[in-house]
Design a protein. Sequence first.
Lengths: 402, 227
Amino acid sequence: MSASTPSTSKLETEIHAGFIPLTDCAPLVMVSELGLDRAAGFKLHLHREVSWANIRDKVDVGLFDCAHMLAPLPLAAQLGIGRATQELIAPVALSLNGNTITVSTQLFNDMTAADPGATAQGGMSGAKALAAVVKQRAGEGARPLAFGIVFPFSCHNYDLRAWLASAGVDPDNDVNLVVIPPPLISESLKAGRVEGFCAGEPWGSVAVADGSGVIIATKAQLWRNSPEKVLGVRSLWADRHPDLMDELVRALVQAGQWLDEPGNRLAAAGILADPRYIGVSKERLEPGLALESITFHGHGATRPRLAHAIWILTQMIRWGQAREPFDIARTAASVYRADLYARAMAASGPPAVDTAEVLMPENPARFFGGAEFDPANPLASLSDRRLRASGVDVGRFKQLTP
Amino acid sequence: MRPGTGLRLAANCCSSERTLTSSDETLTGHSTSDLDLNILVIDEDPVRRAILEAGLREAGFTKVTMLGNTIGLVAQIYALDPDVILVDLENPSRDELEQMFQVSRTVRRPIAMFVEKSDKDTIEAAIDAGVSAYIVDGLKKERVRPILEMTISRFRAFDRLRSELEETKSALRDRKVIEKAKGILMKSRGLDEDAAYALLRKTAMTQGKRLSDVAEGLISAFDLLKE
């Protein structure tokens, strides 16, 4: 199709997107590999990047029109705290769940010795065992444990912090959180530079397969159907190319649908194993592509949910990343463009997916072990001083949120 | 790419000795010479690193430190106290570096990314060329622009060099493949070298293919028939 397209309009139908080698880049890869782009009359060019900073900068200067992004990235850009200068929007989400908290074999053994029951149970309980080890080490005057996260503005950072805080571990003072890019994170665990990490698949499974780590909690255990990646788009580009934007949203939803067909997950692993995409063997990609680990379409996975954005923005306040007062609900709505999603999906006939805003959390018991969060009153979740970074003035934000 | 020439030129305008500048001077922007700016380059590619170092020294910068890996970087940055840090975009440790610039107490002065909206073109050119720059807070961007411009042009020169090398390599591969195909034709059809080459060329032209592709096809077909 592209060969017959006249060269003048060719540029108008080409989309450049960046991605990081992670299992959840799958929807973008499938749009290209399944030819969903050509079927819809555009060409998607994919660019593999090594760091989230590259993704941010290349979208910022316009080398990319859009990218596979950590859900907090466009929100941080909107608040002016992520070094980005251009406005970004998220008109479609790429996946739910998919992360793991992985600890080194040594730390796992220490946790088992400290609290065998909680360690064996894993998930939220795992944090209790870790807290026991942290306390023990502090008593012995040992160096604080180091944990890798992939980026400051990431759900991994917020998940790990919430997990630690739930057991009384202060993520800023009791442990040392360091940023490590995803492709280097399991290697860092192996080399002993960190004792654990929170990262997207396949990196937890890679650590398990090479014998250096144990997955102590999956994201689905911490918070079932939780936000992870979105398509971050230059706001300017979306304004200038409304039709192309709609086509891309629809193609990504179709890719998600294909990926959620149980029979297609193995084929997806085979495609993603290619060095142009993730470059990790099919076998190591399979655990992270199990239906219970990651969702690409079910549970309204592709819809940008305001409640998710509100939770993320609240975490930025909670951990002292956002210090200047802002309107939480308005910021969420200006980035998570559910309206653009609805526009794209309406054009494809009656909605194939549930477009209603869902209550969050859907199941309180599967939300950080029963933690409370009300998107209509998000700051209430920060009232407990022990559950936020020291020096955070929640009162400054209250006045702006109705 | 002849670093030697540049080094001699640089020696004319500045002493190669390290001179100490107080950090107050740098912060107020009244440094006697921008050539005294402390520059740290982090690039894993040894060739590009050498090209960039030569460029910076040719331009007269004397305080240039080149690093090939990021192990023990915190201590290095503390010891060097750089005014400008240049990092190649292929370096996967960029996210780690940024976090360190933001929070680490071991970095004496806050380090910001070179993102002034007024200088958007330079930033775009840098990202496009594959390099990112970080500067200490308070340092005027005008003082850093020549460094960045030099870096961008050297990164581009390196890219050209790399693609030329790629082309040379593939030309060499093509030549080997064509030689082998010629040999097959000479043996199996009793042709002389010129006739074998002419046949390959004619086939390529009638099929609208590259000569090396026709040669490659012939070799693999020949291998199949042999077995």
